[in-house]
Design a protein around this ligand. Sequence first.
Ligand code: GTP
Length: 885
Amino acid sequence: MTSESDKDKKEGAPLIKKDKKIKEQPAVAPEKKEEQAQVKDVKKKRVVVVSKKSREEESKPKPSSHQKSEQNAPTPASPHVQSLDTPRTHKRAGNLAGNASSNTTRSSSYGSSSSYGSRPTSSATTQRYEQTSSYAGRPTSSYANRYNSSPNGERPPRPNYPQGDRPAGSRPPYDRDRANQGGGRPPYGSSPNGRTGGAQSGRPYSGGSAGGGRPPYGSSPYNNNRPNSGGSTYNRSGPARAGGAKPAATETIDTSRSAGAARWAASKGKKSYQSKSQSDSEKFFQQKRKALNNTKVVPSSIDIMESITVADLARKMNLKASELIAKLMGMGVMVTINGQIDSDTATILADEYNCTVNVVSLYDETVIETVADRPEDLLPRTPIVTIMGHVDHGKTKTLDAIRSADVVSKEAGGITQHIGAYQVTLPNGQQITFLDTPGHEAFSAMRERGASVTDIVVLVVSGTEGVMPQTREAIRQAQEAKAPIIVAVNKMDLQDASMEKIQQQLAEFELTPESWGGSTIFVPISALTGMGIDLLLESILLQAEVMELKTNPHCAAEGHVIEARIDPGRGIAATVLLSRGTLNVGDAFVAGIYHGKIRAMYNDKGQRIKSATPAQPVEITGFSEGTPKAGDPFQVTKDEAFARQIASKRQELHKMEGAKNIKKVSLANFMESISELDQKELRLIIKGDVQGSVEALKQSLEKLSTQEIRLTVLSAAAGAIVEQDVKSAATSDAIIIGFHVRPTPKAQLLADQEKVEIRKYNLIYEVIEDITLAIEGLLSPELREQVTGQAEIRKVFSSSKVGNIAGCMVLSGVITRKSRIHVIRDSVVVGDCTIAGLKREKDDVKEVKEGFECGVTLQGYSDVRLGDILEAYEITEIKRRLASK
Ligand SMILES: Nc1nc2c(ncn2[C@@H]2O[C@H](COP(=O)(O)OP(=O)(O)OP(=O)(O)O)[C@@H](O)[C@H]2O)c(=O)[nH]1
């Protein structure tokens, strides 16, 4: 039985400890407790305010001094104005000035930072960029072509673009006059080959970074000068800290106990009031204030990729996207805010603002540099052979004979064990790798991606049928790939097979037999009987010997994807053929635009292996995301993080290339842009009497689209309005336009039921007019400022209750209590706020007219100074018209 004391020991132990703790604390009088609670409360509020403040200041590039003053000054509940004749200096004004100056240091540090340049750059990558910069140019075809190297492991020479194509690192200013005369620059959107290559020529990436003022990764400009969360306010009342170190918790409590706590509490109250009262118009003003704070000039130069969205370009140039869109429209380029424009167009646009565009190639950042082979590193390697030829000429049977296994019959049984390539070991120990994919498809896929994987092509030609269409195609493909051809004249076991006939036919394709003085090897074979197969293999080895195929097996592995598939059990699996290096399980890699880490590796016999050498076909697993394509370059990287980085940049580049030519708003891309932009949309289905007028109407209507409102023609066809049209309109929320056509009775009935609007017209201008009005109805009104009066600050008073009071003389117009105010200093708008109090003498007034003195306290801005102009203005909403856009 458990005794009471035991129970206490078990259950009551923590309680006793707690009690002890409480007892250790000195006794506090009830009123003292209340005070402590208040102080704690104030402290909590204060921490919130401070963090909020630092966030605000971080987001603003400049005038932190204003904010500082504002925070120090409590919100004036009832502004009091002293007579202008009784100047009074306030002790706190000096404090505020001191704070302001400390913040000036901070704002300059913000100002020097470039938000565009904060791209992460590892030092290792930078080294690579520097190496890359020596390229004179690059092919402009798809991304995969760019990463492919030659089969012998050497990087193909980069094409040299004509000298003077573009100076290193920068673009020459665009001579508009010349272009207008049809001279220099190609038309918009036509990006001539070599342009981008020229852009990079000789321009070291790191140099570009430096020129662009890009801060190195991780070195945030904020870190240097930004005060810690305590800020100067803490310093004033709290104990001094060495080196501006973050205050300890005790310090915070101490400072909270000071008289400043009340001010913080008031400040907190004001802020919560502000945040609550954020109406739509307030948002507008916030944006405006932000814009004012960002009244930066257009930079003299910017760095962009090969294409850029209008929004990004506007941001880089410190301009409004709408302004750029308008300019582009003037140039005949219809583009939305998130639409891509190429670097040429961006250059022309930027040139309008005397801004030079430097094209930073994303491609450069996706290149995995490899170390060049030294002659002593190179060792002979296995030849890689592709069997090609016309349908039914015996390709599979030949491969089958080579492997001494009947693949045809296995395939008939549904067994597909092959991995796209396999290696044959001959009795003498020599090896040959055969690509086991249907020749043409493999070749086409490889060629499309710029891969030249095959060393030798074996062209199988039926000795009975002779040269057929696919034989010709195979010859062309092999010749384009500069792969030597060995002709295997098959089915020589058949009576009507003729070697001579085939030789004659092929001579027309510059495939002349050695016996005729040419250099092409012809081998008579019978895949059925196995006759001539040995000779064929010998011929392959002979050809390979002549080609002196060598590679470096000791470097990081490189090669190509031969085929890829999704294995139900193992996920993404790809057959890879290495051109150089040794591949090991656990290696990080990039294949095309995807990356991964080798999880498992299998040879062509399906056996699990740990490493693979050049020309040895292997199937790998371990892809982290997508499935690569046949012909994609495969490269091992130093680690997985780098592989991921490269893959992500390649994906971005791939996306950009895909989007590069999308400039005009089209039905194909509108869904994407709408989801991105949250645009308003007017959807139409057009039906007309003849196709010609339907097309004309469609084009005219699509031109009415603005960056805010998309006009989408879902379908445009000739014919009556039928039920299907109504159904489509109902599901997609569209309006039907009937031009010279009417709905069938059934369609009309359905439209009535579904509340689908059918508008009928006979004149094209009526349609345009109606739709224009509809679009204008959807346009949000334009908010326009109207200045109502101006006052000059002749004296500044500080009040402990209401903060700074501006003693003003109204110079023109009228200042009303409801006016919004621009604070203008040296012709620069430094503040945008409302009036908290307006007084004549000691009386609150609604307005003060020209020629009268008044006292103004501002809401949301307290850093008023002698000589500042207070510009009173009102916002008026103006209905937008399409014509005025
Ligand atoms: N008599 C004879 N028949 C052959 C020979 N080689 C292949 N054949 C037959 O020709 C037909 C087609 O052979 P495949 O090896 O499937 O031809 P293929 O070129 O691979 O055909 P596709 O895969 O459709 O392009 C089969 O019926 C084979 O048995 C040969 O040397 N002699």
